[in-house]
Design a protein around this ligand. Structure first.
Ligand code: ADP
Length: 323
C-alpha cells in the first residue's frame, strides 16, 4: 500500500485554452476531497523555478468554471528544458512539500512533466490546447470553445461577404494541425478548406470557386489552417483568377478566449479529477485523455510517440457538399 500524497500542485503551461480554469477547479476540489493540500504554481514552469506558488482552497477556485484564460497565468519557460532549471524546480517542490503535480498544457508541457517525474516529482499531464493536436486523446480541453468562436466569427464574415459578393479567406488556428479548420469549415459551410493533411493546389481552390460562380454562387468562404498560412497572397490570387473581390482575415488570438463550452467544462472536470485520482494512488508520469468518451491514461513517453489519424472521410464529405 502507498502513503497518500499530502500535497500536490497544479499549473497551466504553454498556450492558454478555455477550460484551463475548470481544470484548476476540478483538481483543487478533488485533492481537497481526498484530504490532500493543493497549491497553484503561477506562470507555468517559471513558478516552480521562482517559487511563485499560491495556496488553493475550495473557495479560491469559486466562480472560475465559466471563465476563459487561466487564473494561474501561463507561460513558456526556456530554463525548464535544462538540467539546472529542472533541479531548481525539484528543489522548490521539496522545500514546499509538493509531491505531485498536475500540468495542463500541450506536448511541450508534457515533456517537462516527464522530466520532473523522472526526478521524483510525480506529474500528470492534462491536455489543454485549442489545437486538438495531442495524439493520445480524441479531444483536448479548449478545442470546442475555439471552434465555436471560429464559427461565430465566420458567420459574421459571411454576412458581409454575401452583401458585397465577396470571397472571404479566413485563417484559423491549430498550429500544424487542421482539426479546427476542418470542423469549423464544415460548420460554416466553407467552399474550400485548406489544411496540411489534405493535398491541394491554388488552382483547385480557384476551380471550385469558378464552378460555384457558374451555378450562380456569388460569395465564398475559404478556410485556411494556420500551418498553411499565406492567406493574403491566396486572396490576391483568387481575386485575379476569378474577378471576385477577395479579402483575407486572420482570426488570431480571439480564438483562444471566451467562456468555455459545456463540452470543455465537462472534459476539464473529468480529466482534472482523474489526474488527481492517479496522483492519490502514487502514480505519475502519465497523460490523461478521452477515447470513445472514456477517460484513458498513458505513459508520457508512449503518449508522445503516438500518431493521430486525420478524419479524411469527414474532409471528403465537406468537399463533396460545398459546391
Ligand atoms: P505546449 O505545452 O502548448 O506544447 P510548449 O511547447 O511551448 O507548449 O511547451 C511549454 C513549456 O513546456 C516550455 O516553455 C518548457 O517550459 C516546457 N518544455 C517544452 N519542451 C520541453 C522539453 N523537451 N523538456 C522539458 N520541458 C519542456
Amino acid at each position: 500500500m502507498y502513503d497518500i500524497m499530502k500535497k500536490i500542485g497544479v499549473l497551466t503551461s504553454g498556450g492558454d485554452a478555455p477550460g484551463m480554469n475548470a481544470v484548476i477547479r476540478a483538481v483543487t476540489r478533488a485533492a481537497i476531497a481526498k484530504g490532500m493540500e493543493v497549491v497553484g504554481v503561477r506562470r507555468g514552469y517559471n513558478g516552480l523555478i521562482n517559487g511563485d506558488i499560491v495556496p488553493l482552497d475550495a473557495r479560491s477556485v469559486s466562480d472560475i468554471i465559466q471563465r476563459g484564460g487561466t487564473m494561474l497565468y501561463t507561460a513558456r519557460c526556456a530554463e525548464f528544458r535544462y538540467e539546472e532549471g529542472l533541479q531548481k524546480a525539484k528543489k522548490t517542490c521539496e522545500e514546499q512539500g509538493i509531491e505531485g503535480l498536475v500540468v495542463v498544457g500541450g506536448d511541450g508541457s508534457f515533456r517537462g512533466a516527464a522530466d520532473l517525474s523522472a526526478r521524483g516529482i510525480l506529474s500528470i499531464g492534462v491536455p489543454g490546447t485549442i489545437d486538438n493536436d495531442i495524439s493520445m486523446t480524441e479531444y483536448t480541453i479548449g478545442y470546442d470553445t475555439a471552434m465555436n468562436t471560429v464559427v461565430e466569427m465566420v458567420d459574421k464574415l459571411r454576412d458581409t461577404a454575401q452583401s458585397h459578393d465577396r470571397c472571404s479567406v479566413v485563417e484559423v488556428m491549430g498550429r500544424n494541425a487542421g482539426y479546427i479548420a476542418l470542423n469549423a469549415g464544415i460548420a460554416c459551410g466553407a467552399t474550400y478548406i485548406i489544411t496540411k493533411e489534405e493535398p491541394f493546389t491554388v488552382n483547385d481552390v480557384i476551380s471550385k470557386i469558378i464552378e460555384g460562380q457558374k451555378s450562380g454562387k456569388h460569395h465564398f468562404i475559404v478556410i485556411v489552417a494556420e500551418g498553411i498560412g499565406g492567406s493574403e497572397q491566396l486572396a490576391k490570387e483568387i481575386e485575379q483568377a476569378t474577378g471576385v473581390e477577395s479579402r483575407a482575415t486572420i482570426l488570431g488570438h480571439v480564438q483562444r478566449g471566451g467562456s468555455p463550452t459545456v463540452q470543455d467544462r465537462v472534459a476539464a472536470s473529468q480529466l482534472g479529477y482523474y489526474a488527481v485520482d492517479l496522483l492519490s494512488k502514487g502514480i505519475g508520469n502519465r497523460v490523461v485523455g478521452l477515447q470513445h468518451n472514456e477517460v484513458v491514461d498513458y505513459d508520457i513517453q508512449e503518449a508522445l510517440k503516438m500518431k493521430k489519424e486525420f478524419p479524411h472521410d469527414l474532409y471528403k464529405i465537406a468537399n463533396e457538399i460545398s459546391f
